[in-house]
Design a protein. Structure first.
Length: 480
């Protein structure tokens, strides 16, 4: 039997059609690029269990068809970002009295382009044209980006039907932060929570009572010292749940484990928490609201160290530049990455309608000395807020960095000592060095500072994949 015998009006000579007998486990890219190519073009139909070119039906029994569908889904989820909108269905037929199935995948044109195929950490962009799938040209990539209909994950349509009864956690969260007032269903819908067909938007799905997916995953850890590399991990917990549950989980985790102290005044004693509750809450809300929900396999990272708390959220500043260590929080302007999620949090009275809440964090640390001032930094794939522990007298420090003496670097700068100390125990990427220095990853850093020290043998450069690393030459320095 052939595919055209069981599918009416099948357009075989069509750029939007492809068939595979079985998904090749040894060449995943070979068929994944077709899905990405369809999504980056005008969509298409992808059949599994059908011989390529001849369209002869190979098919699967019921169990094998289900396994093949699950494998397909898993590979798409792992390697394609953003996940293309697809409808997967089984088509049943009989041959010689035996029940057989093929799998039909209808791939829609993606409203967010380009869809990127990432395999073995190498990203690629494909385009379907003239019946073939090939790498997208530079001009096609630019055109995809310009014509992308929507750019935010949370405002795309899901395939989950709206049900008010499955939003009790959100309603309770709203009441808690609005003096017992009830969340009105009409107000929620006015935010665009539901589309005209009664389906939730992606961001709305993340508020459902039953949501346990990886999009909202949180990892909370406690370290005995000042860094992750050489210190013992005291606690490491992972949590998956809806957005409001994630917020409450992080808050409870930190409050249960942070330090407390007391200051004696002439007439009273003042209790001090390591992290002011208001500043902590604003930091958590910011991480949740501005997280990049397209980045699968990531999580909000909450790390408690001896001297500080770090809250890292997947995704750098939305349409913004990388930031080195920045203490002027009030001067940071961040565009919303997630309009719907931010809108719901604003409605719940836990987020400012305009701004990131950094002003409140600054206010809570207003009386702290320089060693206890909060700061932020970001890269292309994460954003981190650092809250110093107010009960730790020395403030934020890193005792693991050695104190070095060395002859001045010819043509050097006043940052040379910090670089050499930072790179003495382990090789560091340029982005790490920039963040440590509190400056941007610039040509000046790479040539005038790092390049100059490399040329004078104070630093040794190496490459791992595409990343450049620098390590201090121990022969040029002395540890005090």
């Amino acid at each position: 039997m052939y595919l055209e015998e069981i599918i009416e009006d099948l357009q075989l000579e069509n750029d939007r059609f492809e068939a595979k007998s079985i998904l090749n486990r040894d060449d995943v890219v070979g068929w994944l690029k077709s899905i990405a190519g369809f999504a980056n073009a005008l969509g298409g139909e992808f059949y599994i269990g059908v011989e390529d070119k001849t369209n002869k039906l190979i098919g699967f029994d019921r169990k094998s068809a289900d396994n093949e569908r699950n494998y397909f889904n898993n590979q798409v989820n792992e390697h394609l970002t953003p996940r293309p909108a697809m409808k997967i269905s089984f088509i049943r037929y009989e041959i010689k009295g035996n029940e057989r199935f093929i799998i039909k995948v209808r791939v829609d044109e993606s409203p967010v382009k380009p869809v990127i195929l990432k395999y073995k950490n190498i990203p690629s962009i494909y385009m379907r044209r003239d019946g073939f799938t090939n790498g997208a040209t530079y001009e096609e990539i630019i055109e995809m980006s310009v014509k992308s209909k929507k750019t935010q994950y949370d405002v795309l349509d899901s395939d989950v039907k709206y049900d008010w009864d499955k939003l009790t956690d959100l309603c309770e969260f709203y009441e808690k932060h609005n003096d017992g007032a009830s969340l009105k269903e009409k107000a929620l819908k006015s935010l665009g929570f539901v589309n005209e067909n009664g389906y939730l938007l992606n961001g709305a799905v993340l508020f459902l009572d039953e949501y346990m997916g990886k999009k909202t995953e949180v990892q909370c850890s406690v370290f005995s010292g000042f860094n992750k590399g050489s210190e013992r991990i005291v606690t490491i917990n992972k949590f998956c749940g809806n957005i409001t549950s994630s917020i409450e989980y992080i808050m409870a985790f930190v409050k249960q484990r942070m330090n407390h102290s007391m200051v004696k005044m002439p007439d009273e004693r003042i209790n001090i928490d390591a992290y002011p509750a208001r500043a902590l809450f604003e930091g958590v809300i910011n991480a949740v609201a501005h997280r990049d929900y397209y980045l699968d396999g990531t999580q909000i990272q909450v790390d408690l160290f001896k001297d500080r708390l770090e809250i890292s959220s997947p995704g750098g500043f939305y349409r913004g530049e990388k930031l080195g260590k920045t203490y002027d929080l009030s001067g940071v302007i961040s565009k919303r990455r997630n309009e719907l999620i931010s809108g719901v949090l604003v409605a719940c009275n836990v987020m400012e309608a305009a701004g990131t809440g950094f002003d409140k964090i600054t206010e809570e640390y207003a009386t702290a000395d320089e060693a206890h001032k909060p700061y932020i930094y970001s890269s292309s794939d994460h954003f981190t807020l650092v809250l110093p522990d107010l009960t730790y007298e020395k403030g934020v420090e890193d005792e693991t960095l050695p104190v070095l003496t060395f002859a001045p670097v010819p043509g050097g700068t006043n940052l040379d000592g910090k670089v050499l100390s930072f790179c003495y125990l382990k090789a560091r990427k340029v982005a790490e060095i920039a963040a440590h220095l509190g400056i941007s990853d610039s040509t000046y850093l790479r040539k005038q500072i790092l390049g100059n020290m490399e040329n004078n043998d104070y630093l040794v450069k190496s490459k791992v994949s595409r990343a450049t690393y620098y390590k201090t030459n121990p022969e040029m320095v002395t540890v005090e």
